[in-house]
Design a protein around this ligand. Structure first.
Ligand SMILES: C[S@@+](CC[C@H](N)C(=O)[O-])C[C@H]1O[C@@H](n2cnc3c(N)ncnc32)[C@H](O)[C@@H]1O
Length: 340
């Protein structure tokens, strides 16, 4: 029997936690088989590759928060400073919108600036954070105690899954936000596809606020993804630990090392894990042996860096217009407000 608090609606279930908070979940999120299939496919590819969304188990999400505090990782601090300065103006430009949807909300720390300004402007708003990580559920509970005028319907799932159901959850004008330069994790083709899905979800009254990490001095970029305290290295290696824990892998983490560098021709930071020796790893739940040569890499993440031209081209390719861009004094980071 289902409890009264559990509503089933097509592809997702909605757990009502209290009168201000509910969490929608998709079956795929609790499903180890898609994780296993993706890992099998990725480790059989040449060169080997793992999808960055798999960084974010509980440990990975905690490590990401620590990366944000490293002196080298300018991204979070810079974007925060822009939001702190301009979120009132953002709310003013979005007068009448009482719904904020966020892709990859994580801890929602920076989003607090936006929520606060919109609540000040609108009185009461509804927040729909979408994230594969459970961190979203915890941070939603914290947000409720911080903001009186806030209702939350969290979506624990993939970006695309969340986008498919947001118009079922609300018919009101909304601003969709995608912070933290997460768009940089997508190849140009994938980024165009995601922005097109976002654009298709939007009505003429909706807007889209998206963060872009700009091209800058290579040394600044390289340091940001290879901090001296080794936290980004730990974050990168944690994906192997996750395979060990969830799929019965035998990765010896001391036999792999973190490598990150700016690939100028592709305008992206690449993160890899490098095998320190010839070795074989067994993954029990996949019933697979994976061979590594000394020096062979697993490509774990791209983080594309943008110019204004690249941003305009990407927006245009998805049927979106850039209405306003806010940047910091060093031009390190840009937040763009787009509409259809
Ligand atoms: C780099 S963190 C950014 C968090 C936060 N937005 C910020 O700017 O600090 C990326 C977040 O997106 C989530 N995420 C990554 N891939 C995802 C996907 N395909 N679908 C939904 N969430 C995803 C992760 O769990 C994580 O919380």
């Amino acid at each position: 029997m289902l409890s009264e608090e559990l509503k089933i609606s097509g592809s997702f279930t909605e757990e009502v936690i209290n009168d201000r908070l509910s969490i929608c979940r998709f079956e795929s999120i609790s499903c180890t088989s898609s994780f296993a299939e993706d890992i099998t496919r990725g480790l059989k590819q040449v060169p080997k590759v793992l999808h960055p969304k798999y960084f974010y188990d509980n440990t990975g999400s905690e490590l990401f928060e620590k990366i944000c505090d490293t002196p080298e990782y300018y991204v979070t601090r810079t974007e925060s400073s822009i939001l702190e300065k301009y979120s009132d103006e953002m709310a003013l430009m979005n007068k009448g919108k009482k719904v904020i949807v966020e892709l990859g909300s994580g801890s929602s720390i920076k989003t607090r600036y936006i929520l606060s300004s919109f609540i000040k402007s609108e009185g009461c708003i509804t927040y729909l954070p979408i994230d594969v990580s459970e961190i979203m559920v915890q941070s939603s509970k914290e947000l409720l105690s911080e903001f009186e005028g806030l209702n939350i319907r969290g979506i624990n799932g993939e970006y695309e899954e969340g986008l498919e159901i947001i118009n079922e959850l609300t018919g009101d004008p909304k601003m969709i936000v995608f912070l933290g330069s997460s768009i940089g994790n997508f190849t140009p083709v994938e980024a165009k596809r995601l922005l097109s899905s976002i654009s298709n979800t939007m009505s003429g009254d909706d807007s889209f606020l998206i963060g872009f990490d700009m091209v800058k001095d290579e040394n600044v970029l390289n340091a940001a993804y290879d901090d001296s305290a080794g936290i980004t290295a730990e974050f990168n290696l944690n994906i192997l630990q996750r395979i060990n824990t969830e799929l019965g892998g035998t990765f010896d983490l001391s036999k792999f090392s973190h490598k990150a560098f700016f690939n100028k021709a592709m305008s992206r930071i690449e993160m890899h894990l490098v095998s320190g020796s010839n070795q074989t790893v067994y993954i029990d739940k996949l019933n697979e042996y994976v061979e590594f040569r000394k020096g062979e890499t697993i490509h774990t993440e791209n983080s594309y860096k943008f110019t204004d031209e690249m941003i305009n081209d990407l927006a245009g390719s998805a049927g979106l217009n850039v209405n306003k861009t806010w940047k910091d004094d060093r031009n390190y980071f840009g937040l763009c407000l787009m509409s259809k």
